[in-house]
Design a protein around this ligand. Structure first.
Ligand code: ATP
Ligand code: MG
Length: 389
């Protein structure tokens, strides 16, 4: 729902704003480029401009809706509003509000909210809200004001030379612009959790190298497809990054673990997996490993077991979902559009033993693991294959 004539997207950032001057400028530039990349990737013809502490997307009335969605899909964006840009005169603003009301306000309650950037205008924000409210009131039948929880909000932002009138604030992901933090390797299995974990670190500004361990007979074509499809969805949020899936052959190692390791099998597998990720991270100049693990979600993820598996690598392991409930992870997966691909039935064989170890110690894990586990991990990582999206 936009005012008629809306052809510009007003973009607000969040955490970028708490940075000091120089860093903020750099981050805003990055945000501008990232929004431009998403617009281009979606074939939306629009220009992005950095202005004050905001960004403006100069679109057209025809594509302003798509441009708003694109901005709201960009990491670092707090919210985006499709706005009509008019001259900063009270009469003009009031007429724009009245027009918007006639077009969009047919029932329920309303409020007018106004802000101005300088004190040079001959009206205060409060006056603008009051007079704008009157203009809306007179434009429609049966208006009702509710300043606390209105059904429709008419917003005005007045700058020196122009005023922005809008009706919506679309939530973005928040976070920081992608590329403003160091690169990380993310272990993506294609299940529900790992794509969400990956998205979470991308949201904080880290580009991600997706690593998928092909489990051979314990995985299968559909298991692999799930991983690739979820990464394809994530890559839409990062068109300027190389997010090809790094597929590592782990079938042989799985068979070995299935035959030789008992209750601690899943822990040994985790240790193998982290080592693989560490090798790829070094190759790709990444500085940490991301997983979808959460405390207690599975037997291999008890608080105690997470500690034991983590010592396989000296690289930091980041677990953005550590404290999240499954229902919240599922809700997030739906929002970022990875849920459907994550739930393709993979029908793979089960590697987990019937009575898994939940309370491991280093001794238990290390005694259970084949002596050459880390060499196997290295060899597997060296056979990495790139999967185009
Ligand atoms: P997910 O956790 O991704 O929903 P899952 O529940 O099947 O999938 P878990 O057994 O919970 O996987 O594994 C915990 C984490 O280990 C995953 O979130 C993922 O980061 C990583 N992982 C598991 N299997 C693989 C794999 N085959 N390739 C890459 N990473 C994996
Ligand atoms: Mg999981």
């Amino acid at each position: 729902m936009h005012p008629s004539g809306a052809d510009t997207v007003l973009v607000r950032h969040g955490d970028v704003g708490v940075k000091s001057g120089k860093v903020q400028t750099e981050m805003e530039r990055r945000l501008r480029d990232n929004i431009a990349a998403i617009l281009a990737d979606r074939g939306i013809d629009a220009e992005v401009e950095r202005r004050w502490s905001r960004l403006l997307v100069h679109a057209t009335e025809e594509n302003v809706e798509e441009a708003t969605t694109a901005a709201a899909d960009t990491f670092g964006v707090q919210s985006a509003s499709a706005a009509a840009v008019v001259s900063p005169e009270q009469a003009v603003i009031e007429e724009t509000l009245a027009d918007a009301a006639r077009e969009h306000y047919h029932e329920g309650t309303f409020a007018v909210r106004a802000r101005r950037s300088s004190k040079d205008h001959p009206f205060t924000s409060a006056e603008l809200e009051r007079e704008g409210g009157t203009a809306v009131w007179n434009a429609v039948e049966n208006p009702e004001v509710d300043l606390d929880d209105p059904d429709i909000t008419f917003s005005v932002e007045v700058r020196d030379d122009e005023a922005f009138v809008f009706l919506e604030k679309r939530d973005g992901p928040g976070g920081l612009p992608l590329g403003t933090q160091t690169k990380l390797v993310s272990l993506v299995s294609g299940g529900i959790d790992s794509p969400v974990a990956t998205w979470e670190v991308m949201k904080r500004g880290s580009p991600v190298i997706p690593v998928y361990l092909d489990l051979g007979d314990y995985g299968g074509i559909d298991h692999r497809a799930r991983a690739v499809e979820t990464v394809r969805k994530l890559a839409k949020y990062a068109p300027e990054q190389d997010m090809r899936v790094r597929k590592v052959p782990a079938g042989e190692a799985m068979t070995l673990l299935g035959e030789e390791v008992g209750p601690a099998r899943m822990l040994v597998f985790r240790r193998f997996m982290y080592r693989v990720a560490e090798h790829i991270a070094r190759e790709e100049s990444a500085h940490g490993i991301v997983t979808g693990e959460a405390i207690g979600q599975k037997s291999s993820q008890t608080a105690r077991n997470l500690g034991v598996v983590g010592t396989a690598t000296t690289m930091p392991i980041h677990r953005p979902l550590l404290t999240m409930d499954k229902s919240d992870i599922v809700a997030r997966a739906r929002r970022i559009d990875t849920y459907t691909d994550s739930t393709i039935p993979a029908g793979c064989n089960r590697l987990a033993p019937d009575y898994p170890e939940t309370n491991a110690t280093h001794e238990i894990a290390q005694n259970a693991e084949p002596d050459d586990l880390f060499e196997l991990a290295k060899a597997a990582a060296e056979n990495v294959e790139l999967i185009d999206l």
